[in-house]
Design a protein around this ligand. Sequence first.
Ligand SMILES: [Zn+2]
Length: 358
Amino acid sequence: MTTSPSPAARTGPRAAGADYVLNPATRMLWRPDASLQLELGDRSALLTGVSAGVVSRLVRSTQPGQRRSRSTTTTLRALCEAGFLWRATGDPAAQRRGDVDERLVPPRPRLAGQLAALQARSGERAAELLSARRHAVVAVYGTGRAGPHLAALLAAAGVGRVHVSTPGTVRLGAAVPGGVLPADEGRALSRAATEAVTRAAPEADTEPPGPETPVDLAILADDEPVDPDRREALHRQGRAHLTVAVGATRGVVGPLVLPGLTSCLRCADLHRADRDPAWDSLAVQLTIPRRGPVGTDCALATVVAGTAALQALSFLDGEEPATIEGTLELHLPDWRLRRRSWPLHPDCGCGTARPGAA
Ligand SMILES: [Zn+2]
């Protein structure tokens, strides 16, 4: 996508971007017609009539408060809101050091790359989103192979509190880069998974949320259908929940359920039962733990953990993830994620509170 701030920049020497600095993640490319192309993620902005002096000042940052034309001010503000530029502090000493607005400074240098990536998508709102992530609480349940890795990814992406609660001990076959380690074999799975989180994000809070602590998202990382009792408990608590499952050749992320607002896991079961009347009986059997380990593909589990993390972060960032009323599925040897829709089922009572629900 090409973004051309309007009106186009017509910046002269006296109209330098003195209190803005270039986002380090922004690439500057000169085009043959002497216009300047700024690139950030998959967005770009084309500036015409920009002098090398102005660019130099943007990169190095100079004194604030220089006079500019109205159109230049508008353009610089638009570029800042889009994330191409950062707003620098008003302190001249800080300007010379290249410091920027405190709101845009990530709490830890580790998250600087995360902030730049968020800016590529969300512009000036990125700092606000990253700050919200720091206050978010996610609980990960289940013994699925993707769970510990997914928990570690969320903490690494800036989620402040990630608690992993899962029974049992680590099986050697559950080890995956980013998750539990081969050396964890035989240890308590909860403990080993928590250590995977702190390896990725040493500052993350991994304590279990108390009864008064609101949990923003529960992730059910079991490789089997979700037990109906647990499903109903999550609805009673009004807790958003995302399911994640990995099998031998199939990974499924979703649906993401927002109780009272979206279709639910029972809706999905009712749709399955419509297609196969034996589904209820099969589902009960599928919830019984297996005697032996569940065979999963290591690379597939990694893709599923990453996909689930993106969906969870999208939800925490206030977007509408594709897993709302749907699942994202990868069936090997296919390489494409496919979305399957799971709309509200007319026989499920979960949607009665939703305006306009059938
Ligand atoms: Zn439902």
